[in-house]
Design a protein around this ligand. Structure first.
Ligand code: LMR
Length: 400
């Protein structure tokens, strides 16, 4: 007889409530704030001098071409668009990319690439260890732990001194063991804005080679720092030294393709290339089967056409120039912000407590990540001064 009174077991009984993503929550908080003077320095999205995030002209043109010429939307395969992969490789790895034993797969954004790298590492060594710098992008740690990896940390940056803690980093990474993965930000560090110098990249590469550790380089902002080649210089240097490496790449920012989810994972596994390649394709197949096509098709069309490539590069140069000028304006406006001048990319990390971040939001309508990270692209000629004044009031503790 059926025991109708027996309590039903819930499929979901093991779930714990999750906090909404704090970074993404800022979008709605900002949107709902009625104060006209509000300033959005939250989520990492580029904004132009008018505060807009327009579609790149080169992307619009490529989309028009695609609309006209695309003859099918049939499946491509788990590695995505092969021509896209072929075209982006020299941009990332330099002209010798084809001879570097790299295998690439298109992914849904840089996050998809990180997830795939994490699953590959865990499939290779169950519970493999990954070293993350502190601070890092807040989603790094959960991506890796959810894929089964164990996270270890090395101190990377001190917001008070605005300096990379290089000696501490090297000393911590001296404890890395063979097969450990070490995550490095390729350029435009998120959230710190402070990157390694080339000498430091070289020292890190030598250390990882000596330890047998595997770099996972997250390159999400190529071209927004010092230039396309300059921003990949550290990565290229590491690849000159190390036989096994992973690179997670995002086109969100440098092509403005945020919601199109366009990225790639490149892997070098000398001696085990085919084994690793077949595992990546199997993992990709089980995750998303095939990556979304549109963004990669747009990048392909742009990079296949010299005129569109030149247009895209000019647009990217304009973004970089604007970020540099905001950094300059901040440094001029307050000597305490001087170190920001030499940092790169969208972000800098201010030494603010969570309470001060809250004060900035409540009293000054300035929205930033809880860590004190600001997205400099959120500032315009009109808002640098009000921001600096609010920050000054907050830092000196006299904000009401
Ligand atoms: C950020 O750090 O704000 C961006 O990379 C957007 C995101 O997905 O978190």
């Amino acid at each position: 007889m059926l025991d109708v009174a027996a309590p039903a077991r819930s499929l979901f009984e093991g779930l714990k409530p999750q906090q909404p993503d704090v970074l993404l929550s800022l979008i709605a908080l900002y949107r709902d704030d009625p104060r006209p003077q509000k300033i959005d320095l939250g989520v990492g999205v580029y904004r132009d001098a008018a505060g807009d995030t327009p579609v790149f002209g080169a992307v619009k043109a490529a989309e028009a071409l695609l609309l006209e010429t695309q003859a099918t939307k049939s499946y491509l395969g788990p590695e995505g668009d092969l021509r896209f992969l072929e075209l982006i490789a020299p941009m990332i790895f330099g002209q010798s990319a084809a001879s570097q034993d790299l295998f690439g797969v298109q992914t849904p954004g840089g996050t998809g690439a990180l997830r795939l790298a994490a699953e590959l590492a865990n499939a290779g060594t169950s519970g493999a260890r990954i070293w993350l710098g502190t601070p890092s992008w807040p989603i790094h740690a959960p991506i890796f732990t959810q894929a089964g990896l164990k996270v270890a940390t090395y101190r990377y940056f001190d917001p008070k001194t605005q300096a990379v803690c290089f000696d501490e980093m090297m000393s911590a990474l001296g404890g890395a063991q063979a097969g450990d993965v070490v995550l490095l930000h390729g350029c435009c560090h998120n959230p710190a804005g402070a990157d390694l110098s080339l000498e430091q990249w070289r020292a890190v590469a030598d250390l990882l080679a000596a330890r047998g550790a595997v770099p996972l380089i997250d390159l999400a902002y190529q071209g927004l720092g010092a230039g396309l080649d300059e921003d990949a210089a550290g990565l290229r240097l590491v690849l000159e030294t190390i036989d096994t490496a992973l690179v997670a790449y995002s086109f969100d920012k440098n092509f403005g393709l945020y919601r199109e989810r366009t990225g790639a994972l490149f892997v070098r596994a000398r001696g085990q290339a085919e084994l690793v390649r077949s595992n990546i394709l199997q993992l990709a197949r089980c995750n998303w089967s095939m990556p979304p096509d549109h963004g990669a098709a747009v990048v392909r069309v742009v990079l296949e056409d010299a005129g569109l490539t030149a247009q895209w590069r000019a647009e990217l140069d304009g973004m970089r120039r604007r970020l540099t000028s905001v950094r300059h304006d901040l440094a001029e406006a307050d000597p305490r912000l001087e170190p920001l001048r030499d940092q790169h990319g969208l972000f800098s990390l201010l030494p603010l407590t969570p309470a001060q971040v809250e004060t900035m939001r409540r009293d000054h309508a300035v929205y930033m990540a809880g860590s004190g990270r600001i997205n400099l692209a959120g500032l315009t000629a009109d808002t640098v001064q009000p921001f600096v004044q609010a920050l000054g009031a907050c830092l000196s503790g006299d904000a009401q």
